[in-house]
Design a protein around this ligand. Structure first.
Ligand code: NAI
Ligand code: MG
Length: 785
């Protein structure tokens, strides 16, 4: 190619991601994998193995064990045995394991992404930017539910052993969707990956080993449909969770009927992508690309039926064809490729057969002018127009990059067409008229509806079908019900902490004399108090244990300014990121648990180790709530959605109580932070040193500067300054009753919210703190076409 040609066409050069690290990992296992049962690799009783192939080049990647009924039995027994302890393990401890899985997945994200691309054929861009980040997100999110199970699902218990069978289109993501909620709720798992894509599940097994997950909690057995059937039929299994074809879903429904096994099925779809004439067509075209060419169209909720309003149909098709001409099909490891390989020859043949059928039935076929690579399993993006509503390609799931377009005239007709299949997994609606879009959304029978968007997924939002797309939900609070059962009397195993590295022994042993003055922490920096004075801190027996800075009006003003500057950024930080930061805080605090325990014991004369434990839990709880404190949809009259959304209050002053100073800090400030507030914290004057030690933890935990400020000093003096400050939105004051009136009176200037608490005694529970840390905004969205 000459330079002129290059300048004229500006083609993409190849940008391949290296396969080597994944190949090295396979080599380290000698290209042959056993079954992962009871925490160990076991030779299959079947003595059989089968190959897994890279569909992009047909080459064998590795051999994996083929589990038979005996192997299934061993795995179920291992899971049963592990269930005894795991189901009694406290939520906080389970949360720690799930958190460790999330961290491990992030740490090895690229290895997972490359391995997934090799085994499945999907573009590296998708595994790297979508699959694997969503997997980590799923484990984080469910770490939170493990933490909250005891309070939020009181009266519910785990089911027992869960058999999970997953498909090949999102191998690790489907594993995460299944394993994370099951473990969070205290179940143990036997998972069977799809035969085409077992490898990332095996890498995940290695992670389970590395983090010291108790043996048998997760068992991974590779195999085929027969293996799956043996798992379904095993009497020791309490629940089956399946994602795959409607055909196999039906077989499983029959096999489990009457057995008492709980069942969730996530099956196929033929989801409509509805475009009204007032839609932003260019966005809609990009939407179609995501809807049907994402993952080569091998997506259960793929927008495989384009329903377009008659007046704009030709215009839309023209734009679509122009866009299709520019899509790139090829080596999935190439970072600039849009469509990778189809999973296997059998699937390619199925696609070809159904496309042939479409042509025979009279629809008009269009494909780009270029050819796909001859080697490997590739199929071009394909558009059918003039498709009859009852024809095969409008009714059957093709599971390939093939779009069937139909037209409609009125919204009523669009709804009728949209609902004209046996499925009901998802739908996408495009219109600039929100009235119309919401009106149509309420009428389409599907578990997920995207407006002016498509294929959006998150751990916080339940996913699952209506009608023949299956039942049960995965993700969100609603997904948890699939993994628990109601019990008459709920027993929790209290005080049974067995997490690794969790125990910080309390010690009465005192530190050497301290000549260090703890500073204030303002705007992410340690600063000396403006007054230039320090204040002594004594133990209950009168001994001097340290000194802290004596903050004044000026220090508070600086702290408020820093908190205000940080407020906008922190409020807008994604809930998931806030959660991650809070978990990280807990992690870093646990690194220094002993030191904090000692310091607490000195200041309070109480069991510091127990308090550090409780503070760690409080941070986990705050992290858990960060992405789970949800709003409501109010049933107001009229046709309407009224969204009640909790929002942060803003800049908050928190004056901490005297009892359990570290726990109070973690519970009050942690929760307020989780809800998006930025803080000026005044530690208890009796025991401020744990708070000042805590700023070193803040510094190492990615807490943005200014989000969390600490000013030590005289409580009431600082409280008054905070209460009078017009840029503070709320003050929580824990202290003597006399101070309550002071704060409430002084706060009238800007009508700030106040919350007064006693200086000692039990802390308020998290539910109340969450309410105090937020204010509800109601958004009314009427609709009607
Ligand atoms: P499948 O439904 O047969 O496979 C899904 C999983 O079920 C695999 O792990 C498989 O080993 C297991 N399985 C198969 N037979 C079983 C049985 N009798 N009992 C228990 N487990 C069993 O899907 P397959 O054959 O991979 O693909 C066939 C078609 O299914 C595709 O062409 C596609 O149309 C559709 N499909 C839909 C998916 C979805 O998410 N909606 C996912 C995968 C496939
Ligand atoms: Mg493969």
């Amino acid at each position: 190619m000459t330079l002129t040609e290059i300048m004229q066409t500006l083609p993409y050069g190849p940008a391949p991601e290296a396969a080597q690290p994944a190949m090295d990992w396979l080599k380290a296992h000698k290209g042959k994998f056993q079954l992962f049962i009871a925490g160990k690799w076991r030779t299959p009783a079947s003595r059989e193995w089968f190959a897994t192939i890279n569909p992009a080049n047909g080459q064998k990647l590795a051999e994996v064990a083929l589990a038979n009924a005996t192997d299934v039995d061993k795995a179920v027994k291992a899971a049963r045995k592990a269930f005894v302890e795991w189901s009694q393990t406290r939520g906080h401890v389970r949360a720690r394991y799930l958190y460790a899985m999330a961290r491990q997945i992030q740490k090895h994200a690229r290895l997972f992404a490359v391995l997934e691309t090799l085994d499945n054929g999907k573009p590296i861009r998708e595994t790297r930017d979508i699959d694997i980040p969503l997997v980590a997100r799923h484990f984080y999110y469910h770490a939170g539910w493990a933490q909250l199970m005891e309070s939020e699902l009181a009266g519910y218990a785990p089911l027992g052993v869960v058999g999970q069978i997953i498909p090949w289109n999102f191998p690790l993501l489907m594993l995460a969707w299944k394993v994370a909620p099951a473990l969070a709720m205290g179940n143990t798992v036997v998972l069977k990956p799809a035969e085409f894509t077992p490898l990332t599940a095996l890498l995940f097994a290695e992670i389970c080993q590395n983090i010291g997950l108790p043996p048998g909690v997760v068992n991974i057995i590779t195999g085929d449909g027969k293996t799956g059937a043996a798992l379904v039929e095993h009497p020791g299994v309490d629940k089956i969770a399946f994602t795959g074809s409607t055909e196999v879903g039906r077989i499983i429904r029959k096999a489990t009927a009457g057995s008492g096994k709980k069942l969730s099925l996530e099956l196929g779809g033929k989801s409509p992508f509805v475009v009204f004439e007032d839609a932003d067509l260019d966005s809609a075209v990009e939407g179609v690309v995501d809807a049907i060419w994402f993952n080569q169209g091998q997506v259960c909720c793929a927008g495989s039926r384009l329903l377009v309003q008659e007046g704009i149909a030709e215009k839309m098709y023209a734009k679509l064809r122009a866009r299709m001409e520019k899509l790139r099909v090829g080596d999935p490891l190439d970072k600039a490729v849009d469509l990778g390989a189809i999973i296997a020859p059998v699937q390619l043949e199925k696609i070809q057969r159904l496309v042939q059928k479409g042509v025979e039935e009279g629809a008009k076929l269009w494909q780009p002018s270029w050819a796909v690579p001859a080697e490997g399993c590739f199929y071009p993006p394909t558009l059918f127009t003039e498709v009859a509503p009852a024809s095969t390609i409008a009714q059957e799931e093709i599971f390939g990059p093939v779009l069937a377009a139909l037209t409609f005239r009125t919204p009523e007709e669009a709804v009728r067409l949209a609902n004209n299949t046996r499925y009901g997994l998802a739908a996408s609606i495009w219109s600039e008229d929100i009235n119309l879009a919401l009106d149509v959304a309420t009428q389409i029978k599907a578990g997920t509806i995207w407006i002016n968007s498509t294929n959006l997924f998150d751990a916080a939002s339940g996913f699952g079908g209506y009608r023949e797309s299956g039942f049960g939900r995965e993700g969100g609070r609603e997904g948890l019900w699939e993994y628990v059962k109601k019990i008459e009397q709920h027993r929790t195993a209290q005080g049974q902490s067995s997490a690794r590295g969790l125990t910080a022994k309390a010690s009465a042993e005192s530190l050497p004399p301290i000549d260090r003055t703890a500073k204030l922490f303002i705007g992410g920096k340690q600063v000396r108090p403006d007054s230039g004075y320090s204040k002594a801190v004594h133990a209950p027996d009168g001994r001097l244990v340290g000194e802290v800075g004596l903050g004044n009006r000026k220090d508070i003003r600086n702290a408020v300014e820093a908190a205000r500057a940080a407020q906008e950024g922190w409020r807008k930080t994604a809930a998931h990121s806030k959660a991650q930061i809070l978990y990280f805080l807990a992690e870093n605090l646990s690194q220094r648990a002993e030191e904090f325990a000692r310091r607490l014991s000195e200041q309070t004369g109480q069991d510091g180790g127990a308090e550090v434990e409780a503070a760690l839990e409080a941070l986990f709880t705050a992290a858990a709530w960060a992405d789970k404190y949800e709003g409501l949809v109010h049933p107001t009259p009229l046709r309407n959605v009224t969204l009640a959304i909790p929002e942060p209050i803003g800049v908050m002053g928190i004056l901490c109580p005297d009892d359990q100073p570290l726990l109070a800090l973690a519970r009050l400030a942690g929760t307020a932070l989780a809800m998006g507030n930025t803080l000026v914290v005044v530690p208890s004057p009796l025991a401020p040193l744990s708070a000042t030690d805590f700023y070193q933890v803040l510094e190492t935990s990615d807490v943005p500067a200014g989000t969390f400020n600490i000013v030590t000093g005289e409580r009431d003096e600082l409280a008054l300054t905070l209460a009078e400050h017009d840029d503070v939105d709320a003050v929580w004051y824990a202290g003597p009753q006399a101070g309550w009136a002071l704060v409430e009176k002084a706060s009238t200037g800007n009508m700030k919210r106040t919350w007064t608490l006693p200086s000692s005694g039990p802390l308020p529970d998290t539910e109340e703190i969450l309410r105090q840390a937020t204010q509800v905004k109601n958004i009314w969205v009427p609709y009607g076409a």
